[in-house]
Structure formats: structure tokens, C-alpha cells
Ligand binder design. Structure first.
Ligand SMILES: C[S@@+](CC[C@H](N)C(=O)[O-])C[C@H]1O[C@@H](n2cnc3c(N)ncnc32)[C@H](O)[C@@H]1O
Length: 209
């Protein structure tokens, strides 16, 4: 993936971060070796910070893979909080369960396997945060459906909002166009206040006013 930040700045920010624990460090290594797309430590830290800032206790994650972003969120919501993990792959979920257990947060994560949009539809109540990291063609639909499921003052956070910079140019690619549409929707309303942070691959943070 082309970097939004220069390699030097990305490295500088990464070097500022304290070392992660053994589990997150191992997951970062596995993700690199096996080309598993994860948010990485810079965005993990941002998610953690956003969750702490709004006192999030109930989080729905769409597209959780092996549970790396789930661990950051689960640590932020605290022992009384709940994070709903969702992924279409049973084998991802099995790996995630092991990591969540080792990270000491399994008790605050509910693992659900299936289409994340269906799982969100089928879930009850509202959430403090919905974190969206599914396949990109679904982004506009996620935007449309997420709003009624977030409490006032809650956040919709979406990864890959800048898509290696490709969103800045006209494109025929389905995923690029879907992200462009998502970003337009996210900036179009005063009720949903959005800023895209150009960290890693771009993170869209929207607050429901
Ligand atoms: C980019 S990875 C998620 C990485 C994870 N958020 C992290 O940073 O650790 C995307 C994951 O979403 C899953 N996925 C994509 N579209 C999905 C959908 N519509 N429903 C459920 N899972 C989906 C894929 O199986 C993949 O594991």
C-alpha cells in the first residue's frame, strides 16, 4: 500500500510509541509475514484514544480479522465494556479467540461470524463506536446503516479512507469509488461531523451531533 505519510514521518511516529505487549507485537509480526491487513499500532493507538475520550463501553467492530484492532478497542472500553467482533471467516475468528484470550480481554469481546452488515442489523441497541474495516465496496451501505445504531456523541470510525491516495483521483475501480462515495457522504451533513486523519491509510472519524 502506498503510504500517505512519508516513510520517514511514519517511522518517526511509530518510534515515538511505547513497545506493545507480547501479544500485539506477535500479531504485528504475523500480519507482516502473512500479509494480513491490520490497522497497525498508530491507528490502534488512535482507536484507543477515541474510545477513552468518549468513555466508550459498547463498540461494534465490522471486519475484525485476527482481532488486532479488537484488542486495542477492548482494552479501551475497560472490564465493564463490550466489544462485538465480527468477521466473515471462521478461521480468522478461531485465531482471534486465541489472541483475545492471551491478551486478557476475551471476557469483554463477543465473537460473531458472518457478514458484518447482517450482524450489525441483527444486533440490539446502540453503540458508542462502530469501527468499520470491511471490504470497501460496502462502505456507502455501512455509512447509511450505521447512523441509527450510534448514540448521540458516538463515533463512526472507518479505516482506509484515503486508500493509498487513490481517492484523490478519478477512478473506475469499484473499491476506490465506494470509498470516495463514503467520504462524500461523511462530509455532506452537519449532523454527522467528519474529519479524515491522514494517518497510515487515512482514518475517517465521524461524530453524531
Ligand atoms: C482489513 S481486515 C480487518 C483488520 C482488523 N480490523 C484489524 O485491524 O486488526 C478486513 C477483514 O474484514 C473481513 N470482512 C470483509 N468484509 C466483510 C464483511 N462484509 N463481513 C464480515 N467480514 C468482512 C475480512 O474477512 C477481513 O478479515
Amino acid at each position: 500500500m502506498p503510504k500517505i505519510l512519508t516513510e520517514t514521518v511514519d517511522q518517526y511516529l511509530t518510534n515515538l510509541m511505547p513497545d506493545r505487549d507480547e501479544v500485539l507485537t506477535e500479531m504485528e509480526q504475523i500480519a507482516k509475514e502473512q500479509s494480513i491487513s491490520i490497522i497497525g499500532p498508530l491507528v490502534g493507538r488512535l482507536l484507543y484514544q477515541m474510545a477513552v475520550m468518549i468513555g466508550a463501553r459498547r463498540v461494534f467492530e465490522m471486519g475484525s480479522a485476527i482481532g488486532y484492532s479488537t484488542i486495542w478497542l477492548a482494552r479501551a472500553v475497560g472490564p465493564e465494556g463490550k466489544v462485538y467482533y465480527s468477521d466473515g471467516s471462521e478461521s480468522n475468528a478461531a485465531r482471534a479467540r486465541t489472541f483475545l484470550e492471551r491478551a486478557g480481554v476475551a471476557g469483554r469481546v463477543e465473537v460473531r461470524v458472518g457478514d458484518a452488515l447482517d450482524l450489525l442489523r441483527a444486533s440490539e441497541g446502540t453503540f458508542d463506536i462502530i469501527f468499520n474495516d470491511v471490504d470497501k465496496q460496502d462502505y456507502p451501505q455501512v455509512f447509511d446503516m450505521a447512523w441509527s445504531r450510534i448514540r448521540q456523541g458516538g463515533l463512526l470510525i472507518t479505516d482506509n479512507a484515503l486508500w493509498g491516495g487513490r481517492v484523490a483521483e478519478p477512478s473506475d475501480d469499484e473499491w476506490t469509488r465506494a470509498i470516495q462515495e463514503y467520504n462524500k457522504k461523511a462530509y455532506a451533513s452537519d449532523d454527522i461531523w467528519t474529519t479524515i486523519i491522514p494517518l497510515r491509510d487515512g482514518v475517517a472519524i465521524s461524530v453524531k451531533q
